[in-house]
Design a protein around this ligand. Structure first.
Ligand SMILES: C[S@@+](CC[C@H](N)C(=O)[O-])C[C@H]1O[C@@H](n2cnc3c(N)ncnc32)[C@H](O)[C@@H]1O
Length: 429
């Protein structure tokens, strides 16, 4: 890393970077926690890739979009990057960035799908570390652009009770025989149950497990232990609890069960409206056969199956396929088949013939292979749920080149206060 002068400098911020920090007009000075139109005094702390990164010392001129963050460590914690920005301005910013990625924009832009802006996050990976200098354990997200764990009592975006348990978790780890043994805690929150998966690097003593069990009882949470890779995860406490966590999709009369390590959408409240919107946009008929690609544990598939002849769900993680099959059984959904398939490498041409509608919800890398197959198919309507505007735009170009009309698209506020952009697009032929 190049040496830099740490003397404070004056910066006029003219743009907001995709990662959520303010930029000077020449793009060479980045000030964390600033907004376009602001004049600030800032202290440089790092120089990378021809950019000098700074922290705010004082704000001489504030943007009209600046608000007081809900969280006292919002300026430091890497969990959020836009808490200092008015929420509707966040949405405008994301929508403009997202729209910019399309070579050929949709005919209609859907209104943003909005949900709760605080205590929304059901899944997270927290860091844990014993910090010698402070003589205590910290639990939380990492600091912005640093490896340190943010020192904080609570998190305002995690769902409750998890958001209020960061300090109690840290105090509990501090009491273990080796407070350095826990590097990471996975959080998974269902509609009624909260689970923590505690990774530990050395064997725990009986006294340690008693401390963990007491924490589980005192805070009414489930504690899972992970002594090595993810296959080693098992539940320590409480004894005899139900095997799974769950969330409900009320509108579709479904209860979706999952384990703490299964993929679930991060924001269960907006997930409910997203599933309903996706079905409305897909609008399959009762006699139609539908493909749900990248189906996970059946989040969209089972809801779609309520109104069509048959749904095929495809997914590469065999544990998710198992859970999807369990979810179909327990919800009494019989017109659905789940298959394990790697959609990046294995073709779906054998399944296409009866299909009229396809929903896809790929990971960040998108669904280039599937888009190329669909481009040559007779599938009438495609609904694409995306967590990455770049790969969405790439795949939409493939579909449009294949004769699809790009009807509608809109952003979904799945991750308020972060720069992540979830969106939904509809194409038809
Ligand atoms: C964004 S998640 C969507 C899951 C599900 N649709 C939901 O709403 O919960 C993407 C899913 O794609 C799966 N996946 C990742 N790579 C895959 C691949 N190459 N082939 C098939 N599925 C894949 C992941 O396991 C994950 O379940």
């Amino acid at each position: 890393m190049a040496r830099i002068s740490k003397a404070p400098i004056q910066v006029d911020v003219t743009a907001l970077h995709d990662d959520g920090y303010g930029l000077s007009n020449d793009g060479r000075t980045a000030v964390l926690g600033t907004l376009p139109g602001e004049s600030v005094t800032a202290s440089p702390f790092s120089r990378r890739r021809k950019k000098t990164y700074c922290r705010i010392e004082s704000i001489e001129q504030a943007s009209a979009d600046r608000v007081e963050p809900a969280c006292s460590v919002a300026g430091v914690c890497g969990g959020c990057s836009l808490q200092h920005m008015d929420h509707s301005a966040q949405i405008e910013f994301k929508q403009a960035r997202w729209l910019d990625t399309f070579l050929r924009p949709p005919e209609e832009i859907l209104p943003p799908l909005l949900g709760p802006t605080l205590n929304y996050r059901s899944k997270a990976r927290l860091g844990a570390r014993f910090v010698d200098k402070k003589g205590k354990v910290l639990v939380g997200f990492r600091e912005k652009m640093k490896g340190f764990i943010t020192e904080t009592e609570s998190c305002k975006t995690l769902r409750l009770p998890a958001g209020d348990l960061l300090e109690p978790l840290a105090e509990m780890i501090m009491r273990l025989s080796d407070p350095q043994t826990v590097p990471q805690i996975e959080v998974a929150v269902g509609d009624v149950t909260t689970a923590f998966v505690i990774r530990h690097l050395s064997d725990l003593t009986e006294v340690d497990t008693d401390i963990l069990k007491k924490f589980s009882k005192d805070h009414q949470v489930q504690i899972y232990l992970q002594p090595s890779d993810t296959d080693s995860v098992y539940r320590l406490s409480p004894d005899g609890a139900d095997e799974y966590l769950y969330y409900d999709l009320d509108e579709h009369d479904l209860r979706i069960f999952f384990t703490p390590l299964d993929f679930t959408q991060v924001n269960h409240v907006i997930n409910q409206s997203m599933v309903s919107l996706a079905i409305k946009l897909l609008s399959p008929g009762h006699d139609d056969e539908v493909l749900d690609a990248f189906c996970g544990i059946g989040n969209f598939s089972l809801a779609i199956a309520r109104g069509v002849r048959h749904v095929t769900g495809l997914e590469s993680a065999s544990s998710s396929v198992e859970r999807a099959e369990y979810n179909a059984r327990i919800n009494g959904v019989e017109n659905v088949t789940f298959l394990s398939r790697d959609l990046f490498t294995e073709p779906v041409t054998d399944l296409l013939e009866p299909l009229s509608h396809v929903l896809l919800d790929p990971p960040r890398s998108g669904a280039e292979t599937l888009a190329k197959t669909l481009a040559q198919s007779d599938v009438k309507r495609v609904v694409y749920v995306s967590c990455n505007p770049q790969t969405l735009a790439r795949d939409i170009e493939i579909l449009v080149d294949g004769g699809y009309h790009f009807d509608k698209a809109g952003v979904i506020d799945m991750f308020p206060h972060t720069t992540h952009i979830e969106s939904i697009a509809v194409l038809s032929r």
